[in-house]
Design a binder for this molecule. Structure first.
Ligand code: SAH
Length: 231
C-alpha cells in the first residue's frame, strides 16, 4: 500500500506526510470490515487505488481548500474522509443513513485526531431539513442515480457552490435523465471531468453541477416519492 500511495501522491502533487494517516485508516477499515459490512474491497492495493486514490483525484479537479463539504451516503467515508486527510482545512460533514457506519467513521476521526469533522447519522433527505443551502461543496459516490442523487444533494449546496457526483464514464444516459432535475433544483448544466486514477488504467468521471439559484423548499421529497416519481 505504501508504494502505491507514494506514487499516487507524487502524481497528484499531494504532501506525503498524510500517507501514514491513510494507512491507519486502511487498517481500521479492514479490521472493522471483518465484523461489519463496510466495503467489498479488501485487498490493500485495491483500497489504495479504488478508494483512496480515486477519491483523492478530486483534489486535482476542484479546489477544496477551506471549503465546507458534506459527503452524503459516505459509507465507510468515501470520498469525504480521504479528502479531509489530504486537505486538513476542509470543514467536513459525513452523512450516512446507517448508524453502524457512522459510529465507525467517528472512531476513525477520533483515532486520527481530525478536527472539524461532523459524523451525522441521518438520511440525506432529512438532513436537508436543517442544513439546506449551507455547503460550498456536496460530494457523493455510489449512492443513487443522478436524478435522485441531485434531489438529495443539491438542496444542501449554497448558491455559488457545487455538487460533485463521482460516476462511471458510462453515465451519459443518467446525465440526460438528470437535465430536468438540475434545472428544477437550481443547477447550471453539468460539467464533466473524466480522470484516470494514478497508477491504473481506470477512468472515472466527476459530474459537477454549480448551484445558480435556490432549490424550491418542496425538495427533497420523501425517498419513496423520489423513487416512484424521479424529477
Ligand atoms: N460513498 C461510499 C458508500 C457507497 S454505498 C463509497 O463510495 O464507498 C451507499 C451508502 O449510502 C450506504 O452506506 C448507505 O447507507 C448510504 N445511503 C443510501 N441512501 C442514503 C440516503 N438517502 N441518505 C443517507 N445515506 C444514504
Amino acid at each position: 500500500m505504501r508504494a502505491i500511495l507514494e506514487a499516487g501522491f507524487d502524481a497528484l502533487h499531494l504532501p506525503k506526510d498524510r500517507i501514514p494517516a491513510l494507512e491507519r485508516y486502511a487498517e481500521l477499515l479492514l479490521e472493522t470490515n471483518k465484523v461489519m459490512n463496510l466495503t467489498a474491497i479488501t485487498e490493500p492495493a485495491d483500497v489504495a487505488n479504488l478508494h483512496f486514490l480515486d477519491c483523492l483525484s478530486l483534489l486535482t479537479l476542484m479546489d477544496f481548500s477551506g471549503k465546507s463539504v458534506a459527503d452524503i451516503g459516505t459509507g465507510a467515508g468515501f470520498p469525504g474522509l480521504p479528502l479531509k486527510i489530504a486537505e486538513p482545512d476542509i470543514q467536513l460533514t459525513l452523512v450516512d443513513a446507517l448508524g453502524k457506519r457512522v459510529t465507525f467513521l467517528q472512531s476513525v476521526c477520533d483515532e486520527l485526531g481530525l478536527s472539524d469533522v461532523a459524523c451525522v447519522h441521518a438520511r440525506a433527505e432529512e438532513f436537508a431539513a436543517t442544513k439546506r443551502e449551507q455547503f460550498d461543496i456536496v460530494t457523493s459516490r455510489a449512492v443513487a442515480n443522478l436524478p435522485i442523487l441531485l434531489e438529495l444533494g443539491l438542496p444542501l449546496v449554497k448558491v455559488g457552490g457545487t455538487f460533485a457526483a463521482m460516476k462511471s464514464v458510462e453515465c451519459d444516459d443518467e446525465l440526460k435523465a438528470a437535465a430536468h432535475a438540475i434545472e428544477v433544483l437550481g443547477g447550471a448544466p453539468a460539467e464533466i471531468k473524466d480522470y484516470t486514477i494514478p497508477g491504473t488504467e481506470i477512468t472515472h468521471r466527476l459530474v459537477l453541477i454549480r448551484k445558480v439559484k435556490k432549490s424550491s423548499e418542496k425538495y427533497p421529497r420523501m425517498f419513496a416519492k423520489m423513487k416512484k416519481n424521479p424529477l
